[in-house]
Design a protein around this ligand. Structure first.
Ligand code: HEC
Length: 120
């Protein structure tokens, strides 16, 4: 009696289902992942996407640097080392505990935020 075949059909179909769900919502999933990262990195202690808190609203930042090719490189350094005087009196303290590649992902994502939708 030989029993050579083993089936992992249950596992395989679970993987396929997960893949399909991911593909459908990948854009929102991206945003959600970046929002989670921003919370984990402490950015949202001072920032919001739409409202000025201690720091400027990220949609306003995106608006200001929209046509600036150098913005990403420049802002990654500002976020890492801190900055002041560009938006007001408040100072952004250095974010050196956040990995530089995470800062880069966060800044390139926030720069791509579309302006808030006009209401009415
Ligand atoms: C302690 C509060 C605080 C935290 C934490 C903080 N910021 Fe800021 N951020 C500020 C303030 C205040 C400014 C405005 C500084 C200025 O006027 O130059 C600012 C400005 C910025 C700017 C625009 C800089 C410029 O030169 O125009 C970006 C981009 C930014 N923050 C991203 C981030 C990211 C990403 C994080 C998380 C890794 C973060 N900030 C965490 C307070 C904070």
């Amino acid at each position: 009696m030989n029993r050579h075949s083993r089936r992992g059909a249950g596992l395989l179909s679970a993987l396929l289902l997960a893949g399909a769900a991911l593909a459908e919502t990948s854009h929102e999933a991206d945003d959600e992942a970046m929002i989670d990262l921003a919370w984990d990195s402490g950015c949202f202690n001072c920032h919001d996407l739409d409202n000025t808190l201690r720091g400027p609203a990220w949609r306003d930042v995106a608006e200001r640097y929209r046509d600036d090719d150098e913005a990403l490189a420049h802002l990654v350094v500002t976020v890492r080392d801190g900055g002041s005087g560009n938006w007001g009196e408040e100072r952004m303290t250095p974010n050196r505990r956040v990995a530089e590649e995470d800062i880069e992902r966060l800044v390139s994502w926030l720069l791509s935020l579309p302006p808030a939708e006009e209401s009415g």
